[in-house]
Design a protein around this ligand. Structure first.
Ligand SMILES: Cc1cc2nc3c(=O)[nH]c(=O)nc-3n(C[C@H](O)[C@H](O)[C@H](O)COP(=O)(O)O)c2cc1C
Length: 333
């Protein structure tokens, strides 16, 4: 079965991509994931706060930084909390490139444009095949207009593209007022792929201690549905490839993502809990399913259930939402 796909301008043997996570900090694990069939690897992110710390620490004491930086760096983790420091990160790119044949994508995680984007060039020099840009920004203070928020994403992308010739995938949040329009703006600004979606940090509240508590739980497949909707909406409206990230756990999830329009399908939580063996099973299941359903290639399936191609596009729209609500009958209590 021909499982090949094109993602960020690169030919991948299959669409399964190891999503950004600490898995990439371990060369042995990445080798095992490649042996299990991974089509590409996204590295754990390099966070801008690490880079700002490093640069400023070279000139002045850290106490000064914590007090003077407008982003309040004192709230951010200490340098030793990050698995890999900036230089170590670049060295890890080189180690992974040496260890595996599949494409290795670096990941930059920041809030907007700035000097940190020059690390894109350093990642390129270290051998990365591409970059994932995660502009993690939540406009919590409400002072910026949607256009200003979008400008942060576009600005960061333009700066990263200015620093390297690598293909760049934008990892998006789902919080844009008009996600398809934003996808088009990113494509026009030079994005080589879009990743739907980043998982936004959702802290919990401790009601006794009156504290906001960090909560990182692994995903479950229910998260996938929102990705399917926007993949289906974006497919064919932009010419760059789309990748799913969030809630992909099984072979069925991969098939749904590809049918909705994904050329790449990232898995993180499922691999953090199931390891390379799980990836191998999902891949085997995908191949078996395509054969059984008489597909000739994965590409034939891509976007078949998108808004443009599915037999009943209205099923994605408001009428179906209303129908679903009206057909819900509460059970007698
Ligand atoms: C432990 C952990 C670490 C992660 N680290 C990163 C990261 O460094 N950069 C990033 O862009 N996403 C990171 N993510 C988010 C994942 O790449 C992915 O987008 C998210 O977990 C949703 O996919 P999933 O449902 O397959 O887990 C991390 C997720 C987990 C669970």
């Amino acid at each position: 079965m021909d499982l090949r796909t094109t993602y960020m301008g690169l030919d991948l043997a299959n669409p399964l991509i190891v999503g950004a996570s600490p898995l990439s900090d371990d060369v042995g694990m990445i080798r095992r994931l490649e042996d299990a069939g991974a089509g590409a690897i996204v590295m754990h992110s390099l966070f801008t706060e690490q880079l700002v710390r490093d640069q400023m620490a070279a000139h002045v004491g850290m106490d000064y930084i914590a007090d003077s930086n407008p982003e309040g760096l004192s709230y951010f983790p200490d340098a030793e909390d990050y698995a890999l420091g900036p230089d170590e990160y670049l060295a890890q790119i080189a180690r992974l490139k040496e260890a595996v044949d599949v494409p290795v994508f670096g990941s930059l995680n920041g809030m907007a444009g700035g000097d940190w984007t020059r690390w894109a060039g350093l990642m390129a020099e270290a051998g990365a095949d591409g970059l994932e840009l995660n502009v993690y920004y939540l406009p919590l203070d409400g002072d910026e207009s949607p256009d200003q928020v979008e400008a942060r994403f576009l600005g960061a992308l333009a700066q990263v593209k200015g620093h390297c010739d690598l293909p760049v995938a934008m990892k998006l949040t789902s919080f844009f007022s008009s996600p398809v329009h934003m996808a088009r703006r990113l494509e026009a600004a030079g994005a080589d792929a879009l990743v739907l979606f980043n998982r936004v940090f959702q802290p919990d509240i401790d009601i006794e201690e009156l504290e906001v508590t960090p909560a990182l739980t692994l995903s479950d497949p229910s998260m996938l549905k929102m990705r399917l909707l926007w993949l289906a909406a974006m497919f064919g409206k932009v010419d760059i490839p789309l990748a799913a990230s969030g809630g992909v756990h099984s072979t069925e999830d991969v098939i749904k993502a590809v049918m909705a329009g994904a050329s790449g399908v990232q898995m993180t939580s499922a691999l953090l809990s199931g390891g390379p063996e799980h990836l191998a099973q999902v891949l085997e299941g995908l191949e078996g399913w395509l054969v059984e359903h008489q597909y000739e290639s994965l590409r034939q399936m891509c976007g078949s259930m998108s808004l443009l191609r599915c037999p009943d596009p209205e099923s994605y729209e408001r009428a179906n939402y209303i129908r679903t609500l009206q057909r819900w009958h509460p059970r007698p209590l």
